[in-house]
Design a binder for this molecule. Structure first.
Ligand SMILES: Cc1cc2nc3c(=O)[nH]c(=O)nc-3n(C[C@H](O)[C@H](O)[C@H](O)COP(=O)(O)OP(=O)(O)OC[C@H]3O[C@@H](n4cnc5c(N)ncnc54)[C@H](O)[C@@H]3O)c2cc1C
Length: 381
């Protein structure tokens, strides 16, 4: 293992690897990634891997659209051997009240400024898009045909391999234990395999980002929460788009291989690091999904699992350098949508670290919580 590095990235999920790849792409030498288990072992390999561009704030629309542009070029950009399995069959968002529909209309106006090809749909049009949809209670919806899904294992592997080709050293089964500081400046990262001298650390530890903050005496405003998900047996193609409802807190899609993947956010889930699967989820999820998409009741569930959401008070990430600790960067608190914006997160955080001009303006600093400057994004599951 190296004993010094220009930048040490803590966390080998999709975000940490995207940051490392982009740093190397910008010519930063001596980048190290520490991952305490295998690459993608955190939320990344457990996620639904949906990619949505239908957001309600300008910043999120831009982040999501530019990230989708990168996903579309990723096979060539990262010179992959295995296609990342990007499927763009759309996201159908369902409104169950006039108020919700009103919000969708406002969001659509914002999305149109960024060439996101989303549109309003009537219940009947929604049924044309997803013929097995139960329309009961649905007042309308929004559809974006270029939203989609990619394989999170293959995307992670693609970033890791491309980063390695550009000289990044990735140490798996290597845990960051502490960060040393002298006169408020970072001097080294201590790992279970030895010390790496550095003055720049990137916290991309997902559900464990708070512990990394504690290593530099920062109390980060993030909490972790279990989110569960299940997969069914493979069936013949039935559903193109992801079907999603914010008020039901549910998402359900068929992956290109044939299985359905679905999850929902339990409003009573406490803050914890618990990633055990529960019977309660299985019951609730199957009830909700078969009410909305009745033919699914004939399909067998084969597996369920859980992962951690890392959540901030405004459910928007923190992508910034900590003002209090120069050299301590963060891309954390993705609140359940970090896979879809990982490509642009990697680009922008790498630009910040390399002191380059930013590809887009971000207002995702840590100080916004103390200032009360929260981001009001209406479209979070
Ligand atoms: C059930 C579920 C469904 C989801 N669905 C979607 C979706 O459809 N679309 C979407 O965009 N997002 C989704 N997400 C969110 C998405 O998975 C995350 O936002 C994203 O994967 C975050 O990536 P990351 O690299 O920041 O974190 P992670 O993938 O969690 O990676 C962090 C890594 O840091 C490592 N680590 C932690 N502490 C240390 C340490 N001390 N030393 C070394 N390594 C350490 C961990 O082992 C882990 O591998 C979902 C999440 C869950 C749980």
């Amino acid at each position: 293992m190296k004993n010094s590095a220009k930048v040490v990235v803590i966390g080998g999920g999709v975000v940490g690897l995207a940051v490392a790849y982009n740093l190397a792409r910008l010519g930063v030498k001596d980048v190290v990634v520490l991952e305490r288990a295998y690459l993608g072992s955190g939320a990344t390999s457990r996620c639904g891997a949906g990619i949505r561009q239908q957001w309600g704030t300008e910043m999120n629309c831009k982040l999501a659209k530019k990230s989708m542009d990168i996903f579309e070029e990723m096979n060539e950009m990262l010179e992959v051997k295995r296609d990342i399995e990007l499927k763009q069959k759309g996201y159908l968002l369902l409104a169950f009240s006039d108020k919700e529909m009103e919000q969708f209309r406002k969001n659509l106006e914002v999305q149109s400024k960024f060439d996101i090809p989303s549109r309003e749909v009537t219940p009947e049009e929604a049924k044309e898009i997803v013929p097995h949809l139960n329309l009961e209670g649905i007042v309308g919806g929004a559809f974006c045909p270029t939203d989609g899904h990619a394989n999170p294992f293959l995307v992670t592997e693609a970033y890791a391999k491309a980063a390695k080709r550009l000289g990044v050293e990735i140490y798996t089964y290597t845990e960051a234990l502490d960060i040393e500081k002298k006169n408020d400046k970072i001097t080294a990262v201590l790992t279970d395999k030895g010390k790496i001298k550095t003055d720049k650390v990137v916290n991309t530890a997902g559900g464990y980002s708070q512990q990394i903050g504690e290593m530099v005496d920062l109390e980060l405003p993030v909490k972790s929460e279990r989110h569960e998900i299940l997969v069914t047996e493979k069936v013949a193609p039935l559903q193109g788009p992801m079907v999603m409802s914010f008020s039901y807190n549910i998402y359900c899609q068929q992956t290109p291989e044939g299985p359905f993947l679905m999850g929902y956010g339990d409003p009573n889930e406490p803050e914890s690091y618990n990633i055990n699967a529960s019977w309660h989820f299985l019951e609730e999820m199957t009830k909700k999904a078969t009410r909305l998409l009745p033919p699914l009741k004939h399909i067998r569930v084969v597996r369920q699992w859980a992962g951690l959401y890392n959540i901030t008070p405004d459910r928007q990430p923190i992508i910034a350098e900590a003002e209090e600790v120069p050299g301590f960067y963060m891309a954390i608190g993705f609140s359940g949508h970090g896979f879809m914006i990982a490509p642009m997160t990697g680009v922008i955080l790498a630009e910040m670290i390399a002191d380059e001009e930013l590809s887009m303006d971000l207002k995702l600093d840590l100080g916004r919580f103390e200032r009360g400057d929260l981001i009001l994004e209406p479209s979070v599951v």
